[in-house]
Design a binder for this molecule. Structure first.
Ligand code: ADP
Ligand code: RBF
Ligand code: MG
Length: 360
């Protein structure tokens, strides 16, 4: 799947307020991967709405239609599609949404329609996922054996459907902390950035540079706030945390993981930076945080100072570790990788980005 589900939560959040109810993000997993009717039924049940699923659908579908143009491709989706297309690997889009809806949605993504051999919608089969029917039908139309097809799925019903169809399934859960539910998948990855086609007999990506993946830069900044107070204390690695509230959309647009780039402090200078963004699996935080480690020795704390970041590359997914020592060793390895990479012209050019210019 190639779309974040935040549009769905945004629309439902507003809609439920009108019914005097409050959207509960923890229930989001109840709708991911379902057909529109099944999803609507789950919402009516979960929130005890005094209306039928049909009414909910007819009231919300115009709002959804208006939002489709705002759906962003998941990071790594364009890269993956281009790579597979360029290597002559046939691609199919199989979704529980009706075919017409899928077509409208992806019409906003440049070059996507042409990239798929065909699209198959939930309205073209008797039963949608988790029934394997949609995948079996896709293989049939491709004249391929299901066992030589690879499915990339973000939802549980989709993973079940793919496995039941006899295919290899890589799961990329669209909701965080869900990987323990995806046990039937052949592999669970954190984001499309971590997908390794060569593991599955497909041509390898060739865009990694010295352990780093160049990404479309993203920008984030604001005053340095207090974090959990354990960066320097527990790890000996201070991280200058930024407020996540002002950036909730940016944060949900970017997969958790270890990234690097350039950091500037308004009154000081520009520094190399390596950071993690996510739930810190080792500490199992409840919140997605931004933890940038500026690769420079400062004499003093700089809480409250304006910190600007340009994030230019990706290193690895966040991971859990058997001990604090192994976590720390890995972070130092990340530092090494980032420091070297940032000297490459490909990344060093962003040091001059106007977003990092001094303000004083
Ligand atoms: P917190 O949990 O409050 O973020 P940390 O132990 O992670 O505390 O320490 C972070 C603070 O340390 C930053 O807010 C900053 O003021 C200071 N600091 C000093 N050196 C650095 C550095 N090289 N990188 C990031 N922060 C640093
Ligand atoms: N925390 C994890 O639990 N898993 C990680 O893989 C991880 N990687 C990190 C990589 C870097 C470069 C940095 C700076 C931090 C990383 N952390 C990771 C976060 C670390 O646990 C966090 O900074 C402390 O918990 C402080 O809040
Ligand atoms: Mg910190």
């Amino acid at each position: 799947i190639l779309f974040p589900d935040c549009i769905v939560s945004d629309v439902l959040r507003v809609y439920l307020v009108k019914h005097g109810k409050q959207w509960d993000g923890r229930r989001a997993h109840r709708i991911v991967g379902k057909t529109p009717y099944e999803a609507a039924t789950a919402v009516v049940e979960d929130y005890k709405l005094p209306i039928s699923a049909d009414v909910l659908l007819s009231e919300t579908s115009p709002i959804f239609s208006d939002q489709w143009c705002n759906i962003k491709a998941q990071p790594g989706a364009n890269r993956l599609i281009k790579h597979l297309n360029g290597n002559g690997v046939p691609l199919v889009l199989a979704s529980n949404s009706p075919k017409a809806n899928i077509e409208t949605k992806i019409s906003h993504q440049q070059g996507w329609i042409e990239s798929f051999s065909f699209i198959i919608g939930g309205d073209e089969v008797k039963s949608g996922k988790p029934s394997p029917e949609i995948y079996i039908e896709a293989a049939k139309r491709l004249k391929m054996d299901p066992s030589s097809c690879l499915v990339i799925e973000d939802s549980l019903p989709g993973v079940v459907a793919g496995k039941e169809a006899g295919m290899t399934v890589v799961a990329v859960p669209s909701l965080p902390k869900q990987s323990q539910h995806f046990t039937s998948a052949d592999e669970v990855i954190n984001s499309l950035l971590d997908f390794q086609p060569d593991k599955w007999g497909l041509p390898a990506f060739e865009d990694w540079v010295e352990g780093t993946l160049p990404i479309e830069p993203w920008y984030i900044g604001g005053p340095v706030i207090k974090g959990f107070g354990r960066g320097s204390k527990v790890l000996g690695i201070p991280t200058a945390n930024l407020s996540t509230e002002d950036y909730s959309h940016l944060l949900s647009d970017h997969p958790s993981g270890v990234y690097f780039g350039w950091a500037s402090l308004a009154t000081q200078g520009v520094y190399k930076m390596v950071m993690s963004i996510g739930w810190n699996p080792y500490f199992n935080n409840a919140e997605k945080t931004i933890e940038p480690w500026l690769l420079h020795d400062f004499n003093e704390d700089f809480y409250g100072e304006d910190l600007h970041l340009v994030i230019v590359g990706y290193i690895r997914p966040e991971a859990n570790f058997p001990s604090l020592e192994t976590l720390i060793a890995k972070i130092y390895e990340d530092r090494e990788i980032a420091e070297k990479a940032l000297d490459l012209p490909l990344y060093s050019k962003y040091k001059e980005d106007s977003y990092l210019k001094k303000t004083v």
